[in-house]
Design a protein. Structure first.
Length: 363
């Protein structure tokens, strides 16, 4: 247990303050659709160029470099023993991680969203309050629930996030570069003297989910031993600007074209490169995909359904999260309601092995 345990009915809702509205602090209350979107847009970047409207320019800034945020909590705050560790990405970028051991042979490798890190997102702090709803995302209750259910956990900071190293000059690939980190984490677990003997599944959120989908398609041999996958709030790049333009009364098609131009100018990527549905053919393991249906930042239902339909897995399930319209609420969801996630991994990581645990990628 934590050194400062919460009241009994709030054990999974710690947001780092004593006198808070816990429902609001976790994003469960709907934000005003237009007002919240405008505030989120205002917070996404600093100075903007004059030649494009602020919406397009600020998304271009976020998509170029993301947002590095501090690791504010650690597993021991929630009574979990853990090891600080690190390993290289596929291309050598150093990645900082926690290994949280449990008394089982089941391992979950966990990947985080953009602007977050392995701990979550400090949206409750003044410096970050303007972003994405103004509340904290805290993954530790979720990790605690998974650990208490018997899962070993390897969770880490993607490149240019948290305490991990800088890669590609700090440019964000929204999954196109971070996919190398997913391979690095899988390789590290496979080569580890303890984790290498375990059954392995993946839990990947937003950009971490995009990265996982892309990695599984680009390097399928690296994932032949993976038994199951859970995805949360995976997303395509164009839907952000299209929905944002609609919220502000702008033409979504023109806004997407302008953002595509700016992405090419700032990072060399096209906006339309950021589409996980174009890589779904490589996802063949049993997959649970959870999405926020009424997401005010994107066309949640349309985009989510397209990505789900593109996944090649014969066994897959789509879980809609309906409790809020605030995108970052979904990142607290399984910390409050871990049952479906636990059941999914229990179901697909029990009984005889169906994947080759000791397979190695072809040379």
């Amino acid at each position: 247990m934590s050194d400062n345990p919460l009241p009994q009915d709030r054990t999974a809702t710690d947001v780092g303050a004593n006198d808070v509205d816990y429902k609001k602090a976790l994003g469960a209350d709907d934000g005003g659709l237009i007002d919240t979107a405008v505030e989120a847009i205002k917070g996404m970047a600093g100075k903007v160029a004059d030649k494009l409207d602020p919406l397009t320019e600020q998304y271009a800034g976020l998509f170029k470099t993301g947002l590095r945020t501090p690791v504010m909590r650690k597993p021991s705050d929630y009574g979990m023993e853990f090891e600080e560790t690190w390993f290289p990405s596929m291309d050598g970028v150093p990645l900082e991680a926690w290994f949280i051991p449990a008394a089982s042979d089941k391992l979950l490798i966990i990947n985080h969203p953009m602007t977050c890190n392995r701990y979550g997102f400090p949206g409750h702090l003044p410096e970050y309050k303007q972003y994405f709803g103004g509340f904290e995302v805290n993954f530790l209750p979720e990790l605690k629930a998974l650990h208490d259910a018997g899962f070993n956990i390897l969770t880490y900071d993607l490149r240019n996030c948290g305490r991990s190293g800088e890669g590609n000059g700090g440019i964000s690939g929204l999954g196109l570069l971070e996919c190398r980190d997913v391979v690095g984490s899988v390789r590290h677990a496979r080569q580890h003297p303890v984790m290498g003997k375990m059954r392995v599944s993946l839990f990947s959120r937003c950009m971490g989910g995009n990265s996982t989908i892309i990695a599984m398609t680009k390097w399928p041999d690296e994932f032949r031993h993976i038994e199951a996958l859970a995805l949360l709030n995976v997303v395509s790049g164009p839907t952000f600007i299209e929905r944002g333009a609609e919220n502000l009364g702008l033409d979504p098609k023109k806004a997407a074209e302008r953002l595509d131009e700016r992405c090419r100018e700032t990072s060399g990527f096209s906006l339309f490169d950021f589409r996980p549905q174009d890589y779904g053919s490589g996802v063949t393991v049993p997959t649970l995909m959870a999405q926020l249906r009424r997401d005010f930042l994107i066309h949640g239902e349309k985009d989510g359904q397209e990505i789900f339909d593109a996944l090649a897995a014969d066994t897959k399930e789509l879980l809609w999260i309906d409790q809020s319209n605030q995108r970052f609420y979904a990142y607290n969801h399984f910390g409050q309601h871990p049952e479906r996630l636990i059941e999914w991994f229990d179901r697909h990581m029990s009984g005889p092995r169906t994947r080759d645990q000791f397979s190695r990628p072809a040379a």
